[in-house]
Design a protein around this ligand. Sequence first.
Ligand code: USQ
Length: 408
Amino acid sequence: MRILITGIDGYSGWALALHLLQRGHTVSGLDNFITRERVAEVGSWSATPIPTFRERQAALKELGLGEISFHEVDLGDYAATRRVLREERPEAVVHLGEQRSAPYSMIDVHHAVATQTQNVTSTLHLLYAMHEALPDAHLVKMGTMGEYGTPNVDIPEGFFEVEYRGRRDRMPFPRQASSWYHWSKVFDSGDVMLANRLWGLRATDVMQGVIYGTRTPEITDDRLLTRFDFDEVWGTALNRFCVQAVLGLPITPYGKGGQQRGFLALEDSVQSLTLALENPPEPGEYRVFNQFDEAYSIRQLADLVAAEASSRGFPCHVEASYNPRVEAEEHYYHPLHERLPALGYRPLRTLKDSLGEMLTDLARFRARLEAKKHVVQPRMDFRLSDNKVRLLGHPGSKETPVAPSGPR
Ligand code: USQ
């Protein structure tokens, strides 16, 4: 199948590209490299030393793994987006090309606006470009479990049956996101649903949990490494906890740590997206998958990492941090995830399997982690409208504020 990945240079995008190539698909991609820039904006970098995209392409060739046709294109440019679709003529498009960090979107008004305008614009451009250039292609759009929030009832896969004042209907399950980023994904989901109603666009909306991991089986050479973020803004909980353990820093569950989320290994995320691609919806169908594997509380995660790290010679301890976010710290959490297993999804990795591998990988890159140690521990506060104030006033802080120059 011909598959185009937007955001192919990112954490999931690159790992997915390698897997699809290995399965014999024809892979093309686009990216504007903005994640590389934005991670630098907050003073950090990827724990894994990632080559430029050109070097990645050369490595694929040298290792005999195939070729990826690449376009340095910003999805904010409609004509360029449509041109790429016309040139590549993919049968499926995987849309990962968005600002993916909740903390980044909460830095201040400029970061909130950049996140929402860029994410919504890029999705709308892609929807229109697909409608014009590839009306029969399948869109796999990366959404997030965070769109649903943490309601006190089970979370269905996208839709549920409602009875209200004696009448029944099947309706989208309510969204209660808790960051400007997560709301941008809610808007995207609404737009994809509308494109499906208007034009019959065939789409899979993937509500994905928090991904973790340093590698997938296709990463057989350091030149094929995918990025791995660990700073307060771009790193996600489990990845950050492993880095904290390797650096001997306290592991920081926020608040009471009873926040529960669905987690899945990068390898299983790639597996799920591949299943969605290889089992497309019917023409005119819009479907929603909840994509995660195991649900844990943040405190459980922190304890698991601390135990595994200590047993491997990384002495560390868990130290609850103030919670910079506005979120329930103890709540019911029971999302359903039945549609991917019905397509054959079986988890390839458990969290416990992955921890050892992550710690070993990260220890190899300790020098890169040490160099950015000052951006790991929490300093932001989502409840403020401008985090620069807090950072500049942080006791003893000589560090660069989170966003010295503002978003591009
Ligand atoms: N957390 C801590 N300590 C930390 C970092 C995070 O306790 O040092 C907590 C947060 O308060 C939150 C939970 O861990 O309760 C998850 O936070 P996260 O930073 O790991 O992930 P999140 O902001 O939710 O976003 C990430 C990805 C995003 C994706 C989302 C899936 O960055 O792109 O959409 O996971 S989900 O969380 O299911 O919405």
